[in-house]
Design a protein around this ligand. Structure first.
Ligand code: MN
Length: 128
């Protein structure tokens, strides 16, 4: 058993680059444990992930602000506080803030994450 009280003690928020567009911070909550990783991720306005998928799926819980999630081939869907998103294993998607809003979500990621292409401005612009 591994109990985490609030967040990993002493861990610093990490600026995320490379697989994100814009300014994004990840706050480690549970470092990878038995293939499960939990981060509280804050996206500033306009920031979003690259396209990606998760080996065994991912649960998102929106804890502040509002933003968008998009499954490949579908229209972006709006998210707000309290919303939950289950993304199935291997399902290509992105998630991020709105153009003028922040979004913080808890991300429970199962297995490895495979990162793909950047979400283009045109693709992001479909979120409205
Ligand atoms: Mn994801």
């Amino acid at each position: 058993m591994h109990i985490v009280h609030g967040r990993a003690a002493g861990a610093s928020a990490e600026a995320r680059g490379g697989t994100f567009t814009g300014t994004v911070y990840g706050d480690p909550v549970l470092p990878s444990t038995d293939g499960t990783t939990v981060n509280s991720v804050t996206f500033t306005p306009g920031a979003r992930t690259y396209w990606h998928h998760h080996e065994r799926g991912q649960l998102l819980v929106v804890t502040a602000g509002s933003g968008w999630v998009c499954a490949h081939g579908e229209a972006p869907q709006p998210l707000t506080v309290g919303d939950l998103v289950w993304t199935a294993p291997g399902e290509r998607h992105w998630h991020g803030a709105g153009p003028g809003t922040i979004m913080t979500h808890l991300a429970v990621s199962l297995g490895t994450t495979t990162w793909l292409d950047e979400v283009s401005a045109a693709e992001y612009g479909e979120a409205r």
